[in-house]
Design a protein around this ligand. Structure first.
Ligand code: ATP
Ligand code: MG
Length: 341
């Protein structure tokens, strides 16, 4: 079932001299229970688009639907009820610094009129969920970044929402703490059946956490697919650049110059292809010299994406045969440099 739908949503900001189109005709469907990510560079419009989902940002045009219901023009009580169902966490946690951890969560419960007699139990339950029961009386300043974000998550879940919006929720954290938050979000997604929308510029996080990804550039969604497909077979030039930079298979100029003869090839192979003994097969059947100069296999959603840079040397006709044989066994083959042929 579709949980969140954006229909042709645009957001414009009027500034003194010019008008900025932060979100440009974006249409999206996010399914119930999925972890949906939006990636893109700074200024792409990610925060603005996610803020339309709980109407922190009202679209200039287009429609926002939650559970099939158009909420674009909701106001007052009905807007309040919608927001209760949508929690949100932020890069810099946004905790109240002069209140204890327990009171930070209590504040969210009060604001949403949570039954008074049950509030304290709910605080205990939430801190248990994020494994911070012993911090109830501490102040935010005494917590690590990861712990602060866990409080942020507990607070966002206070009123049992069924959607959690995350705006760069791991961008201020180190690698290990990021992993801890990712694990917690996965647990919440699984156990509470929460739909999660996560925006980030960190491709590492996208790869690890998202089920599906939308790529945003200049206010537009340029590509949308399963995470494995986005990393394995990016279609749009901008996605290819984002993914390429992340995979970091850059051939040093020195390497290209080093090989006076033969060819340098970049290969991508996906999933089952990754398991075939490609190099061994080619060198057994064709008299060429094959050497691997660079390579990496990554697993996304349990499926392999391999990237290799290989040098093939030998008689031009044999090199040609080798390239043909390799082409049939990989998903993409790019000729990076030619030496002697
Ligand atoms: N309230 C505002 N008033 C005017 N312009 C704004 C406002 N909010 C955002 N913008 C502009 O809209 C564009 C998109 O901003 P947005 O914050 O959505 O990008 P982002 O992808 O979240 O970037 P970042 O990764 O840096 O957080 C930018 O050009 C930004 O300057
Ligand atoms: Mg942002």
């Amino acid at each position: 079932m579709t949980k969140i739908e954006l229909k042709n949503v645009s957001v414009q900001f009027n500034q003194k001299r010019r008008q900025i189109t932060a979100v440009n005709h974006v249409s999206l469907k996010i399914e119930e229970g999925e972890i949906f990510g939006i990636v893109g560079l700074s200024g792409a419009g990610k925060s603005t688009v996610v803020r339309t989902m709980n109407l922190l940002q009202v679209p200039t045009s287009g429609h926002v639907l939650i559970d099939g219901q158009d909420i674009t023009h909701a106001k007052g009580q009905s807007l309040g009820n919608i927001r209760k169902k949508i929690g949100m966490i932020f890069q810099h946690f946004n905790l109240i610094s002069n209140r204890t951890i327990g009171d930070n969560i209590l504040f969210a419960l009060k604001a949403a009129n949570y039954p008074k007699n049950n509030r304290q139990d709910r605080v205990t339950e939430l801190l248990d969920l994020v494994d911070l029961s012993d911090k109830v009386g501490d102040y935010p300043a005494n917590l690590s970044g990861g712990q602060k974000q866990r409080v942020g998550i507990a607070r966002a879940l206070a009123n049992n929402p069924d959607i959690l919006l995350c705006d760069e929720a791991t961008s201020a954290l180190d690698v290990e703490t990021t992993e801890e938050i990712i694990n917690l979000l996965e647990k919440i997604n699984r156990d509470l059946k929460l739909t999660i929308v996560f925006i980030t510029h960190q491709m590492e996080v996208a790869k690890r956490l998202f089920h599906r990804v939308a790529v945003m550039e200049n206010g537009e969604i340029v590509e949308e697919n399963e995470t494995f497909e986005i990393f394995g077979k990016p279609q749009h030039a901008f996605t290819q650049k984002l993914v390429g930079r992340h995979m970091n298979l850059v051939v040093p100029v020195e390497l290209e110059q080093k090989f006076a003869t033969g060819v340098l090839l970049e290969l991508t192979y996906l999933d089952d292809h990754a398991l075939e003994p490609l190099i061994a097969n080619v060198s057994r059947q064709i008299p060429v010299l094959l050497s691997i100069t660079h390579g990496k296999i990554e697993y996304i959603q349990g499926k392999a994406i391999g990237r290799l840079i290989i040098h093939v040397d030998g008689e031009p006709a044999e090199i040609k045969r080798a390239i043909e044989m390799i082409t049939n066994q990989v998903d993409t083959l790019t000729l990076l440099g030619k030496g002697g042929i």
